[in-house]
Design a protein around this ligand. Structure first.
Ligand SMILES: Cc1ncc(C[n+]2csc(CCOP(=O)(O)OP(=O)(O)O)c2C)c(N)n1
Length: 444
């Protein structure tokens, strides 16, 4: 009887919430087609279950739920491919300078990618990963966040960091591992991080950022800060066990986090149809009891609206939100990959030429007379020159002194480590003709 009362009261609270305290959640659910995977009885069920593990009813109808029996998650859009507003009520009404910033960051990221990819091909850096095709997810999400929100990235989110003001020379310094790199060349290229910009350093090991991000969201909740955590991950990372741990802890601890999935169709050579049988990543949200929405990641405005509302829910209601942004990885997975081995040129060409986020935003700006051919030409020249100038400077900047690899682990270097450092210094000093010492700052 007590349990029955509890179930009824839970339903009552929920009904009250949806009618009164959370009216905008209803609106969000309707407009952005998100679901809340909690406390819904199926048709014909009675409200009498007393199990601690399921607040559900009984039925004498033996019916297995088949995955194809569920409605597929629709993809929320604001702009069509021609850059026209599909439904004017969904116009995010961004200031012109915000829209221009979006476009400039998208195109700067793309130019940086082109130059850095080539520089790896010429043997100047060891590795690189491009962001081609996913720029809309970066600027759309970054613009909707507060700079104090803490970001845990995967590795293909350079535009998010650029939005926050990370300068080009710092991106390149990181990839070159030169002395201007914040991490002093101790990380692989593209593993950016910046404490001042609330962007946690990237970790190569897939999905480790997910439970860690939840932990930081829990800390934010416990200290009552008015901010949230944003955790980016790919469709491939979502196949890791850590993603389950992250999702479930976030839901059961009710933490303010936005899980932002970039579903770009591939985990290196594994296409999504070999990766899961369900309806993408969004369909998992309800199973965890997480508010979820799916958006067109090539539509920066749709991403903006979704993240803005997700942030509101995460912060005000202290609960996780899952966003699945559908997009396409136009570049190879990394410089270690040749994607022509597993996908057709025509497929890549389609997304590059027909459904590209940069093109869509440019179409919008042109329709609005915010942008024109002359502005485009002038900007392309400017951004190309800036990227090349920064690249040349980074290439010439010396790498840190080799001694720095021993630093920054301990506040005071233990004798054991100090001995190893001295041994390395003597060794390099004795055999300096065998090492590229001229490219490094002097050993202290
Ligand atoms: C635990 C772990 N397993 C495997 C890898 C190798 N790996 C690096 S990236 C990657 C694919 C990730 O795909 P996805 O999450 O979809 O991101 P995308 O590269 O498509 O942006 C794999 C398998 C890794 N880094 N870590």
């Amino acid at each position: 009887m007590a349990a029955f009362r509890t179930v009824s009261s839970v339903r009552g609270v929920l009904r009250a919430c949806s009618e009164t305290s959370f009216p905008r959640l209803d609106e969000f659910t309707r407009k952005l087609s998100c679901t809340i995977g909690r406390f819904q009885l199926a048709e014909g069920e009675s409200d009498t279950a007393q199990f601690p593990g399921a607040k559900s009813g009984y039925t004498s109808n033996l019916k297995f739920m088949r995955p194809d029996g569920f409605q597929r998650f629709p993809i929320y859009q604001v702009l069509n491919k021609q850059g026209e507003l599909i439904d004017p009520s969904q116009d995010p009404k961004l200031d012109d300078d915000v829209i221009l910033k979006m476009y400039k960051i998208m195109t700067t990221t793309s130019h940086m990618d082109t130059i850095m990819y080539e520089s790896q091909r010429h043997g100047l850096i060891s590795f690189y990963m491009t962001n081609f095709g996913e720029e809309g997810t970066h600027v759309g999400s970054a613009a909707a966040l507060d700079p104090k929100d803490l970001i845990w990235g995967q590795y293909r989110e350079a535009g998010v960091l650029m939005w926050r003001g990370f300068p080009l020379d710092k991106f390149m310094a990181q990839c070159y591992g030169n002395d201007a790199d914040l991490g002093r060349g101790r990380q692989m290229p593209v593993h950016y991080g910046c404490r001042d910009l609330n962007f946690v350093t990237i970790s190569s090991t897939l999905a480790t950022q997910m439970p860690q991000a939840v932990g930081s969201a829990y800390a934010i909740k416990r200290t009552g800060q008015d901010r949230c955590v944003v955790c980016y991950f790919g469709d491939g990372a979502a196949s890791e066990g850590d993603s389950h741990a992250g999702f479930n802890f976030s839901a059961t601890l009710d933490v303010p986090i936005i899980f932002f999935c970039r579903n770009n169709g591939y985990a290196i050579s594994t296409p999504t149809h070999e990766q899961y049988r369900g309806d993408g990543i969004a369909s998992r949200g309800a199973g965890y009891g997480i508010v979820t929405v799916r958006v067109d990641g090539n539509d920066a405005f749709a991403v903006y609206n979704a993240v803005k509302e997700a942030r509101r829910i995460a912060v005000k209601e202290s609960r996780p939100v899952l966003i699945e942004a559908m997009t396409y990885r136009i570049g190879h997975h990394s410089t270690s990959d040749d994607s022509s081995a597993y996908r057709s040129v025509d497929e890549v060409h389609h997304w590059d030429k027909q459904d590209n986020p940069i093109r869509r935003l440019r179409n919008y700006m042109m329709n609005r007379k915010l942008w024109d051919k002359e502005k485009e030409e002038a900007w392309m020249e400017e951004v190309r020159a800036t990227v090349l100038k920064t690249f040349n400077k980074s290439e010439r900047t010396l790498r840190p002194s080799p001694s720095t690899i021993f630093e920054d682990v301990y506040d005071e270097m233990p004798d054991r480590l100090y001995g190893q450092m001295r041994e390395m210094e003597q060794h390099v000093g004795r055999y300096k003709d065998n090492y590229p010492v001229k490219r490094y700052k002097k050993i202290k």
